[in-house]
Structure formats: structure tokens, C-alpha cells
Design a protein around this ligand. Structure first.
Ligand code: TNX
Length: 508
């Protein structure tokens, strides 16, 4: 391709220089191909827009962009910004071309592709209103390397408001991230209204780690979020963590626990969970002590799982239902594999695919399932041999509850003693895993009590995950990335992100 020299130059400087005026193309994630032109395009004071009829989401995003910049639109046959659906464009479901010459033309096979073209245009324009707008002439041809570009929020340990979730979707979309995995249930809280088991939310949702009011989302609120996210090309992946991490469910419906548990000692590390506490609400941070009672009460257990997943499937249109499957360390460990096998049958009967943490590989699950790799300590080879694909969340690269730096307060260190700086996240190479569908950065929230802290943990590290998943390896370079990121500081501010001021990035 003709763009080769510019790409090499870009790796040195972090930006694609265009023309003598020095207007630069500085995008995160870095596009697959950028061919700078030599001139500039100054937008007229009113801008006319045209769009293919089947492009509602990208047209809305463009409208929002122009409104934010105070640019008014005028109806005019000679459109300055054009959104064109071209079914013959071979850049996949999410790819686009952005050509800035005498006008701005974004082409894609789908509305999703056009939406990403608009996000790139957004980054090329200033974050805040100016007197006039000048764009570099450039030709970009771009498509993601991976389909799964994810963020996980643990809304169970700490409850996050619906407004925060929407804001998070906006931020994800700006960096072309497309999967928001919500960890909806855990020992410390059940966050989703389930009509057939109402106490899950009203009782199980009333606590959180470290104490506090907790909270839950109604089904209507989650439908609203699903729709809000879909219009920004983000899919909400719901997780109901089973059969462990279920203390909030057990506290809501004691019959879900095995009868023997009240008389058993706590699972050895969890000294705060003994006797009656094994049936009570939990606000601590220990893991592995709770489980549904597959061994003694299979009928009740599977009825519960079927009821819950049936309601979940009706709210979330996603192909994959995340059923957890992590860290069963108590007496029910022995029946774990059979449980996972049975849950996959339930998921199949709902016409969905199974997604679970890597421990679930011991179950007899369909080859079309996805496993989420997190600690690389389980033998998942048999599952890989079967053809199962992976969402990569290796904890020493992607666990965003670990510090941005060594010794950051209120962070975990169990997987990376010195924290996980931006450079470390960026160094993850998904290409090393042939069966990967992408990467996800989990933000567990045992130690995160508010949205400012959540922002600090997720940003800018999620921008590294965006680039690692979107951009091919040859176009990735950490120094160049930090330069492009610093050029987007205004955009982080516009999105009101309270990011960690990572010292590798030259912030103004
Ligand atoms: C492990 S990773 C967990 C979570 C904790 C996290 C804390 C995984 C599937 N389980 O329950 O929140 O560590 O870093």
C-alpha cells in the first residue's frame, strides 16, 4: 500500500503530519492505514450534511458532534460532510474509510462502520468550540483487528448509577470499545431485578462491599441502557455469577444454600463467614466461600438458574450470556463441572451461547462457547482443542483494580506486585493467543467506592486496551501511542473523565 512510508514515520513521531501547517492526524486507537494529504479543509460557518437512509446511529453521532462544536447545519445539495453506506466496501462489519479533501466523506458497509468514522472525525476536530475549524486533508482506511474490545464493570461490589453506566458507554464509544460486560451479581450484592425471585434485588441488592446502601437496576432501566449502548455500537454483556459468588442470592433465599453449610466452618480463608453468617448478607471482601447447592438440591438449583437466565435473556439481546463460573472454593467444588454442563444446556435452550470465566472449561460445554481467560492457571487446553475461543483478561495486564503505579492506595496487588502501569497494559499482545476474539479490562470494585476512583482505575488504561484490540501490531508503538493520547487530552476532559495522570503521557 502507498501508505507505508507514512506509517514508518508515524511510529517515530506519534502522529501523521500533513502539510506545511503541521496539522496532525493523532487518533486513538491508531487506524490501520493513514495516508496524509498536503492541504487542509476549513469548514464553512454552516455545514451541510448528507447521509444514506440506513445510517441513523452515525447521523445522530455526527449531529451531536456538530452541536457540541456550535456548528449549525444548513440544508444544501452540496453536502460538506457525507455519510455513505457502501455495501461493496470490504472493510468488514466495523470498518470505514474517511476521506478529507474538498469535503469530508465517510464510507462504510454498515452504520457501525460509519459511526466509527464519525468518532475518528471527532478526534480530528477540537474538543471544544472554536471560531472556525480546520481539518487536515487525509485518507484513512480502517477496521478493527478484534471484534471484542471490552470493559468490565463490577457493579456488584460497588453499585454504580445508571447515569454513570451511560457516561461510561459514551467514553467507550469515543475510543471504539464495543463490549460492556456488567458483573451484575456477587457475594456483596445482586443488582438486577428478577421478577420471579424478587428478593434477589430487594434484599440481595441492599448491601455492598465495605458497607453502604447498595442498589439495583430495574429491568426497565437495563433495557434503557441496552438501547442507549446499542445506538453507540456498544453491546451490554450481562454476567450472573454462578454457582459461586452467590452469597447475596443465598441471603435473599436461604433455601438456595446446602443445609449442611450452617454447621460447617468457613471456607478456610474466609474466617468472617461461619455459622449463621453463611446464610446472611455479606459486606466483606473474601472470595470463594459461597455456592448454590448443586449436590443436595439439584432441582431447586436448576429451577433458580433457569428462571434467572430466562429473564436475563429477555432483557439483553446479546448472543452470549456470561454465567461466571469463577472461584468455587467451598464444598460444592466437587459438583462444579456437572453444574457448568447443565447451565450450558439451559443457555442453549434460550438460544444463546455460553460465556464464562476460564475455570468453566471443565464443563462439557459447546465448542461455540467463549471462555474469559484471567489467571492462566487452569488447564484450558482441552477446551482450546475443542475449538473454544477466548476473551483475554490476563490479570497481570488487564486487571484495572490493580494500581496505575506501585503502591497506589486502595488497589489490589495479588496478580501484579508493582501495579499495572499503562505501558504494561499496552504490551499485551493478543496475537500470541491464536484463539482470542479480543481483550477485556475488568474493573473489580471491592476497593472502589465511587465513580471518580473508577475513572482513575479505568482511564487512560482502557485506551491502551482499545488500541491493542483495534490496531494491528505493526501500527502499535507505545511511545507513539502516548503522544497521540496526549493530543487527545481535551477529548478526555470533554468526556469528563477523571483519568489518572499517567507520567508517561505529556499532559498539559
Ligand atoms: C478475582 S477474576 C475475582 C474477583 C475479584 C478479583 C479481585 C475473577 C474471575 N474473580 O472475584 O474481584 O479477583 O482482583
Amino acid at each position: 500500500l502507498a501508505c507505508q512510508p507514512e506509517q514508518i514515520k508515524q511510529q517515530d513521531t506519534g502522529s501523521h503530519s500533513t502539510g506545511s501547517q503541521g496539522k496532525q492526524v493523532q487518533l486513538v486507537p491508531n487506524p490501520a492505514m493513514v495516508k496524509p494529504g498536503s492541504g487542509q479543509l476549513t469548514l464553512p460557518s454552516t455545514v451541510s450534511v448528507s447521509a444514506s437512509p440506513d445510517a441513523p446511529d452515525s447521523l445522530a453521532a455526527l449531529g451531536e458532534l456538530l452541536a457540541q462544536l456550535g456548528v449549525s447545519q444548513s440544508p444544501n445539495d452540496n453536502a460538506i460532510i457525507r455519510l455513505v453506506i457502501d455495501p461493496n466496501l470490504s472493510l468488514g462489519e466495523e470498518g470505514y474509510q474517511l476521506a478529507i479533501e474538498e469535503n469530508v466523506t465517510i464510507k462504510a458497509a454498515t452504520d457501525t462502520g460509519l459511526f466509527y468514522g464519525v468518532q475518528s472525525l471527532r478526534q480530528l476536530l477540537p474538543a471544544v468550540p472554536q471560531a472556525s475549524y480546520t481539518l487536515p486533508q487525509v485518507f484513512i482506511s480502517d477496521q478493527p483487528q478484534y471484534a471484542w474490545r471490552g470493559s468490565m464493570l463490577d457493579v456488584a461490589r460497588n453499585f454504580f448509577s445508571l447515569d454513570y453506566l451511560k457516561q461510561h458507554v459514551d467514553r467507550m464509544a469515543a475510543f471504539k470499545l464495543n463490549k460492556l460486560h456488567l458483573h451484575l451479581t456477587d457475594d456483596q450484592g445482586w443488582r438486577l431485578e428478577i421478577k420471579s425471585w424478587p428478593k434477589l434485588a430487594t434484599v440481595g441488592g441492599s448491601t455492598q462491599a465495605g458497607g453502604g446502601p447498595g442498589g439495583y437496576y430495574t429491568q426497565e432501566q437495563m433495557r434503557e441502557l441496552v438501547d442507549y449502548a446499542a445506538r453507540r455500537q456498544v453491546e451490554i454483556i450481562p454476567e450472573i455469577d454462578l454457582p459461586g459468588h452467590t452469597q447475596a442470592a443465598i441471603a435473599s433465599y436461604n433455601e438456595l444454600a446446602c443445609d449442611y453449610v450452617v454447621n460447617s466452618p468457613a471456607q478456610n480463608q474466609c474466617t468472617d463467614v461461619t455459622g449463621a453468617a453463611r446464610l446472611a448478607l455479606y459486606e466483606g471482601t473474601c472470595v470463594g466461600f459461597s455456592a448454590l447447592c448443586t449436590s443436595e438440591k439439584p432441582d431447586l438449583t436448576y429451577q433458580f438458574v433457569r428462571d434467572v437466565l430466562t429473564e436475563v435473556a429477555a432483557i439483553f439481546p446479546t448472543k452470549y450470556l456470561h454465567i461466571g463460573g469463577d472461584e468455587v472454593l467451598n464444598e460444592e467444588k466437587a459438583s462444579f463441572a456437572g453444574f457448568i454442563t447443565e447451565v450450558d444446556r439451559i443457555v442453549a435452550s434460550l438460544d444463546r451461547e455460553l460465556l464464562a470465566w476460564e475455570e468453566a472449561s471443565v464443563g462439557d460445554i459447546r465448542a461455540s462457547s467463549l471462555l474469559q481467560l484471567w489467571n492462566d492457571q487452569y488447564n484450558i487446553q482441552p477446551a482450546l482443542d475443542k475449538g473454544i475461543h477466548l476473551v483475554l483478561s490476563p490479570c497481570s495486564y488487564t486487571y484495572l483494580d490493580h494500581g496505575n503505579y506501585d503502591g497506589q492506595p486502595n488497589t489490589y496487588t495479588w496478580c501484579a506486585k508493582q501495579g499495572i502501569p499503562l505501558a504494561r497494559v499496552y504490551s499485551l499482545t493478543p496475537e500470541d493467543y491464536p484463539q482470542a476474539v479480543g481483550v477485556e479490562g475488568p474493573m473489580w470494585s471491592e476497593l472502589v467506592r465511587d465513580s471518580a476512583t473508577a475513572d482513575n482505575r479505568m482511564w487512560p488504561r482502557l485506551t491502551a486496551i482499545a488500541e491493542v484490540t483495534w490496531t494491528p501490531k505493526q501500527q502499535r508503538n507505545y511511545t507513539a501511542f502516548t503522544k497521540r493520547l496526549s493530543a487527545l487530552q481535551g477529548h478526555l476532559d470533554r468526556l469528563q473523565i477523571q483519568y489518572y495522570p499517567e507520567p508517561d503521557v505529556n499532559w498539559r
